[in-house]
Design a protein around this ligand. Structure first.
Ligand code: BG6
Length: 519
């Protein structure tokens, strides 16, 4: 948003909304010199300051190895905000007040003395809550989570107590690379913190539209009673990305689309679309239902995987007229790599609501559009009345939840083309967030940081949730071991994946509805 008067108006209306009381808090970021801090965390905290959503008072401490002073770190962050803040220009008065709350603790993660230094900085804060209400954000390599929490606990900054303790650990993805490593990581952290102190991030849960899935389902009378096997033919979830792996080849070789996107983001969206209504919106109740749903996904045997899961990898091609190299030619990628940059699969959910309704999910890099959508395809009406007069088959109704970009909801139904002939054609009713609420969509990290500061874990992943998701993904990945990709699993960059993904739906008499560019 560039129009500053419009921004002022929006900020004023947000400031007028009722707010939770949030206790003063100190946020310590481990991995403070990293990309995530500069691109996401600090711009998000700055926006929370801009909206006056942060508690009073608050402090932010960056913990990292590089030699820096408070002043030089602030200067770096100011530059980062100039580049990455979603609103520009940066508000100088807000920045100055924000910067005054920022400190830097230069220390090595594996050096116990660094944690004493951190404790001294925190101990010097004049407000009691700033010394006791602590949030540790681990934006580091997951292999360091255990070590950091161990050191924090040794110096008494992270207190694991039977009763309530306000200390919180926020941990970034990837949370493990399979079920065994996720369990080991959980066991390591759990030694120093209770589950209720651990906030595992999946940034999709911070997206407004992803949160709106529950609002849409459970606050509207007309859809929920259609939301089941009686009315729904199938569900399609697409999380497409236009970008290739680019400079992240090293990371991606270890992860692939299955670990990078399906285990977390795609399964999270699926669980919100398909879960039962929770008893309340409290964290444990919402997460109980999500876990129940994940547990109802039918496990796949190797034969099921061969039939119901398609991997893909991109060949050289073009996206938006721009040449893209093949995955195997990307930097730091093995020239014979079998890592998947695309996955499509059919999942079945064995519970009362969804028995027999296929959920088709797909995600990939170098697709024609960056777009995430959930499409609910309803069962077709019996074509008795119009079959004789209308040449075309009746289009089944569908409801599309557009998660990004151009966030919105579209209902598709049949209408009569004006004229004497009985000609039918699908028409659409569209709701767009921007048109309704203005183009001021908070970044996922703003919401997630605020929730973590407020101590509400609803939008974070619980231990059993992350482990159940890994169980689903492992069963599939294990059956790929030693199976090189076949020719029909490659796709040209700039297309919607390999033809095998189309065949997956065709065998059930369905076809993918690709997201369309929005005008
Ligand atoms: C990250 C993945 O978790 O999500 C990336 O590691 C992916 O590979 C990104 O590009 C997608 O997030 P978004 O918010 O751009 O849809």
């Amino acid at each position: 948003m560039n129009d500053s008067s419009q921004l002022d108006e929006l900020l004023a209306s947000r400031a007028a909304q009722p707010r939770r009381q949030i206790e003063p808090c100190t946020v310590v970021i481990f991995g403070a010199s990293g990309d995530l801090t500069a691109r996401k965390l600090i711009p998000a905290l700055y926006h929370l300051a801009l909206e006056k959503a942060l508690p009073t008072p608050y402090r932010i401490i960056g913990f990292a190895r590089r030699e820096k002073t408070d002043e030089s770190w602030r200067a770096e962050l100011r530059e980062a905000i100039g580049k990455f803040s979603r609103t520009q220009p940066v508000d100088t008065a807000v920045w100055d007040a924000f910067a005054a709350n920022i400190r830097y603790c230069q220390a090595d993660i594996s050096d116990a003395a660094g944690y004493q230094k951190l404790k001294d900085i925190i101990g010097g804060f004049d407000h009691e809550k700033l010394r006791t209400n602590l949030l540790f954000y681990l934006a580091t390599n997951p292999s360091q989570f255990g070590e950091i929490s161990g050191h924090l606990s040794e110096v008494g900054l992270l207190r694991k107590e039977e009763g309530f303790t306000p200390d919180r650990l926020v941990v970034e993805k990837p949370f493990g690379h399979d079920l065994a490593s996720a369990r080991a990581l959980n066991a390591e952290i759990i030694r120093h913190a209770h589950e209720r102190q651990i906030f595992r991030i999946d940034h999709y849960l911070g997206k407004e539209t992803v949160q709106n899935i529950l609002t849409f389902r459970f606050s509207n009378g007309i859809f929920e009673h259609l939301w089941n096997r009686d009315s729904i033919d199938h569900v399609q979830i697409t999380v497409g990305e236009k970008l290739g792996v680019g400079a992240r080849g090293g990371y991606y070789e270890e992860s692939g689309a299955m670990r990078d996107m399906v285990q977390n983001h795609v399964l999270q969206v699926l669980s919100l679309v398909a879960m039962e209504p929770p008893v309340s919106l409290e964290a444990e109740n919402v997460r109980d239902e999500k876990v129940k749903l994940l547990k109802s996904i039918r496990p796949m045997t190797p034969a099921d995987v061969a039939k119901n899961v398609v991997r893909g990898q991109y060949f050289a091609g073009e996206v938006d007229g721009e040449a893209r190299p093949a995955y195997r030619s990307e930097p730091k990628v093995n020239a014979k790599s079998n890592v998947e940059t695309f996955v499509a699969m059919k999942l079945l959910i064995d519970n009362w609501r969804w028995s027999g309704v296929p959920f088709y999910i797909r995600t990939g890099k170098n697709l024609p559009l960056s777009a995430s959508e959930v499409r609910i395809q309803f069962k077709p009406a019996p074509n008795i009345l119009f079959a004789a007069q209308s040449q075309t088959k009746l289009d089944p109704n569908s409801l599309t939840l557009r998660l990004q970009p151009n966030e919105g909801i579209t209902l598709r139904f049949n209408g009569k083309v004006p004229g004497a002939a009985m000609e039918l054609r699908p028409v659409r009713m569209r709701f767009s967030y921007d048109t309704e609420f203005g183009a001021y969509t908070p970044e996922a990290y703003e919401r997630l940081l605020l929730e973590a500061i407020a101590g509400d874990a609803t939008l974070f992943i619980r231990r059993d949730e992350v482990e159940t998701a890994w169980g689903i993904v492992d069963a599939i990945r294990n059956s790929w071991t030693d199976k090189p990709l076949t020719n029909r699993e490659f796709y040209l960059a700039g297309t919607w994946g390999p033809t095998a993904a189309d065949d997956l739906l065709a065998q059930d008499g369905c076809e993918w509805r690709n997201p369309q560019p929005q005008k």
